[in-house]
Unconditional design. Structure first.
Length: 146
């Protein structure tokens, strides 16, 4: 038979155990700067072909299997955009310096004096979605963490 004292004991034990487990986890909120670091491979891309200001499902394409595009963001603010075409002997490597602008954009300053700024639509431990408005409309890029 369970007594009131026994129920209270196990309830207190459960709360204490939950508190200990919760405190031992590292739930620190990471900034976009922390989350964007690493190597990302382009998975899907899109352009706002009908110029309606948003990306429609029919405008999204899988990355071509013979072309690999990756972005690398190092903690020291340097990075590389690498394009590999399966039938070519060498990769195209474009080094850049990067920084987070505000809380929702990443600015990439290429060594070739070209600068691009992307809006970070989403960045998680597995996915990075970037968008950019151009003269031709909205561009959208979906990368997966490598």
């Amino acid at each position: 038979m369970v007594t009131k004292t026994g129920v209270a004991y196990w309830s207190a034990f459960g709360v204490l155990l939950l508190a200990l487990v919760s405190c031992s986890r590292n739930d620190s909120v990471k900034t976009p700067y922390d989350r964007v670091q690493g190597k990302w491979k382009l998975y899907k891309y899109a352009n706002d072909d009908n110029n309606n200001g948003k990306i429609d499902d029919r405008e999204i394409y899988l990355q071509q299997s013979q072309i690999t595009n990756t972005l690398f963001f190092a903690a020291d603010g340097t990075g590389e955009e690498i394009t590999h075409v399966n039938d070519k002997s060498s990769d195209i490597v474009l080094p850049y310096h990067w920084k987070i602008v505000g809380t929702d954009s990443v600015r990439m300053e290429y060594r070739a004096n070209d600068t691009l700024q992307y809006y970070i639509q989403n960045v998680s431990s597995v996915e990075l979605i970037l968008t950019r408005k151009t003269k031709l409309g909205l561009s959208w890029f979906d990368f997966l963490k490598q």
